[in-house]
Design a protein around this ligand. Structure first.
Ligand code: NAG
Ligand code: NAG
Ligand code: NAG
Ligand code: NAG
Length: 365
């Protein structure tokens, strides 16, 4: 090689490096990565500088990301805030399936159509509580008996029949990351679902033990009962929180997951199989049984939880909450209530109710 040739090669390399640096700075690394993804559709380099309206108009193409969420009348503001956070933080083609009760449907339709959410793709499906007949206790002391919608997640393939993969989210979440990333989490072969484990998660660090903060199976199931003993599960197995589920619906159907879950619901109405200290949702124990050692993992940052528990404000730093991809206010103190931690984060995504029937409780309002 002549000296001149070498010089030329160096010059070209320098030019390429320069272009890469410029491009990354302009587009930002995450946008850069998106551009590489074939399903993301065409992304304009300066899209973020278009007006919000123009951005919405650039119709979302690419693979649909189905998200199932439930809408209960007394917490409709939660669903709206969760949906808004998902939509604003992603360019993906998200399609919501919202399960609600008959009496709530009109209120929800109005809220979604008369506000900035009108372009968000969604369908509203009426959940029929009769579906649960004989499978949940009629005991009025069981709080959950009055909340049939919490069982909707057991019936995922019935509500999203056309999809192979789908996401279920509790309503008391805010998504700060790009939902596409959660959707692309891979499920192991033979697994029908992925959850975030309670032990190794960032949320579990410094967890306050006691009612409502169990992190293993014995906190949810009564291991003295024969039906539970027979399963041969280890009582100290780490539990998981089913407020965020990524599901392979093909596997779900193949393994009859819904029927298996119903089986455990029915058994529990005959004999109380769930832990006496069970403070969290009674939808969790059947899932723990059916998915025992048969589920994939969701990145802990995609399910930062316990924001609704006492002391959450001390447990998490503002930086950690900012870095979280998904925040979950499970526990007693909801962000639309008066005394919750980090309700300012939730407020950023809330879209006021055009009917005025729902309003977050705030000290100065
Ligand atoms: C990159 O873009 C994301 C959202 O598109 C933004 O949150 C983040 O702050 C940006 N990072 C830099 C270094 O500009
Ligand atoms: C649902 O509500 C509408 C009125 O909002 C009523 O006409 C209809 O009968 C209800 N359907 C059921 C199944 O309760
Ligand atoms: C879902 O499960 C089916 C059946 O095991 C498998 O063929 C398919 O690749 C899985 N899909 C995803 C997205 O994991
Ligand atoms: C699921 O249910 C169908 C019909 O009830 C049955 O034929 C099949 O064997 C079941 N599969 C599993 C894995 O239990």
């Amino acid at each position: 090689m002549t000296l001149r040739r070498v010089n030329l090669v160096i010059l070209v390399l320098l030019a390429v490096a320069f272009l890469i640096i410029v491009q990354r700075n302009l587009l930002n690394l995450s946008d850069f990565l998106h551009k590489e993804s074939p399903d993301a559709g065409l992304i304009l380099p300066f899209e973020s500088e278009l007006s919000p309206d123009l951005r919405r108009e650039s119709v979302r193409k690419g693979e649909e990301i189905p998200v199932l969420i439930t809408a209960a009348e007394d917490r409709l503001g939660a669903v709206v805030a969760a949906m808004n956070s998902i939509y604003q933080n992603s360019k993906a083609n998200v399609v919501f399936t919202i399960l609600t009760l008959n009496d709530t449907a009109d209120h929800l339709k109005l809220w979604l159509s008369k506000t900035s959410l009108k372009n968000v793709k969604h369908k509203i499906i009426i959940f029929k509580p009769e579906l649960l007949g004989g499978k949940i206790s009629n005991d009025p002391h069981t709080l959950e008996a009055a909340k049939p919608l919490t069982f909707a997640r057991f019936y995922l393939p019935a509500y999203i029949p056309e999809a192979e993969k789908a996401i279920y989210l509790d309503d008391d979440v805010i998504v700060q990351g790009d939902i596409q990333e959660l959707y692309e989490t891979s499920l192991k072969p033979g697994h029908a679902a992925a959850f975030s484990d309670d032990c190794d998660s960032a949320s579990a660090k410094g967890i306050i033990r006691g009612a409502g903060n169990q992190n293993n199976y014995i906190g949810f199931l009564d291991f003295k009962k024969e039906a539970i003993k027979k399963l041969g599960m280890r009582a100290n197995t780490c539990s998981f929180n089913p407020g965020v589920i990524l599901a392979n619906l093909t596997e779900w159907k193949n393994q009859n997951i819904t029927q298996q879950l119903e089986h455990w619901m029915e058994l529990n109405t005959q004999e109380d199989l769930y832990s006496k200290t069970l403070a969290e949702s009674i939808t969790t124990p059947p899932l723990l049984i059916v998915f025992y050692k048969r589920h994939s993992a969701i990145d802990p940052l995609w399910h930062v939880r316990h924001l609704g528990n006492t002391g959450a404000g001390n447990r998490y730093s503002a930086q950690f909450v900012k870095a979280a991809k998904l925040l979950h206010w499970n526990g007693h103190y909801k962000p639309w209530g008066r005394t919750s931690s980090f309700s300012d984060v939730w407020d950023k995504w809330y879209v006021p109710d055009p009917t005025g029937r729902f309003a977050p409780v705030r000290r100065h309002s």
